[in-house]
Design a binder for this molecule. Sequence first.
Ligand SMILES: NC(=O)c1ccc[n+]([C@@H]2O[C@H](COP(=O)([O-])OP(=O)(O)OC[C@H]3O[C@@H](n4cnc5c(N)ncnc54)[C@H](O)[C@@H]3O)[C@@H](O)[C@H]2O)c1
Length: 374
Amino acid sequence: MDTIGIGLIGTGFMGKCHALAFNAVKATFGDVPCPRLEMLCDLEPARPAAKAAEFGFARWTTEWAAIVADPKIDLVSIATPNATHREIAVAALAAGKHVYCEKPMGLTLADAEAMAEAAGAAKRRTRLGYNYTVNPAVQHARRLIAEGAIGRVIDVRGAFDEDYMADPALPWSWRCRVAEAGLGVLGDLMCHLVALARLLVGPIASVLAAVETAHRARPVADRPGETNPVDNEDVAHALVRFGSGATGALAASRVAHGRKNGLRVEVHGSKGMIVFDQERLNELQIFIADGEPATRGFRSLLTGPLHPPYGTLCPAPGHSLGFNDLKVIEVAEFLNAIASGGPNAFDFAEGLAVERVIHGFIRSANERRWIDVG
Ligand SMILES: NC(=O)c1ccc[n+]([C@@H]2O[C@H](COP(=O)([O-])OP(=O)(O)OC[C@H]3O[C@@H](n4cnc5c(N)ncnc54)[C@H](O)[C@@H]3O)[C@@H](O)[C@H]2O)c1
């Protein structure tokens, strides 16, 4: 497979990210099928023509069904709001396309189950946008933990905090409504934290959670004095028990003033600890409990070509990768999986496991009890 036809749906934050990755992946990785940017779609009439020109797509449409039906398109990229994911993904799989979809999978656990079932039946490759898991620093942490560098994993502390809805005066948007967004911070941020925890420590077996909506109404844009209710959660806290027996405490907030991309994970082991912080995404903090006690301490490890695939993106250590580079790595992995038929991380089956955990959190919070999710 020398080339692969791409159809991209959605041209906002993630749509641009996908487009940048498809444009960069061949030049960066070399040994991947070359994306042919066939068609781009956005619902907003003003956007697709301009974005097709900017992103380098040959054709554009305002109807996503045109992308799904197009014979020149092999892979459909879904970068639209959560409420559209299930319908587009299931239709694309039925039309014989590979599907690259942003997280969360849909609005409900039933959506995620239907998508995973459609993927299984279609025998096409799928990939979800769990971009933080492909970071060379995170992958190095995964290898260290698997090799026993910090001993037996005992406990995990994790948080994913941002402040994109911290201002109570921020206007109401689709993200505030269950019917359009599904979960609140659980679907936006917590799912990434769960994906990282699963990658580093393994499957989560049971959960106990509490959630809160900090700002229960928000002003309606352009309608002074009017507000709309916020009916999903701003903040979530969860205790988790991993299948291995390790414990964990995970938290997420979309109203945390000052946090911009505050995805932090500490893995506590019997011989040491590893800490990752996405706001310093090229680093790990590592503490190993050996040597002279008086000189022990955390050391900072700065990633470089010794931490693949960092060197494929940049030959110089410590020069740093960024958020958009993670998307290039994600796309390269997916194109290679399609071309080779080989291993494929974070497909819809893996995504369903994450969805079981985040929907387990909301069920646990509503029913005020531990829930088995494994
Ligand atoms: N992986 C990540 O790190 C990450 C980060 C942010 C958002 N996301 C996910 O990406 C998805 C999109 O979020 P975003 O921040 O890019 O949103 P956005 O609002 O910036 O962009 C969404 C775009 O989709 C278009 N759109 C809406 N409905 C459509 C339809 N039916 N057909 C065609 N186009 C349609 C909108 O006009 C808009 O241009 C969400 O599911 C979100 O959870 C993932």
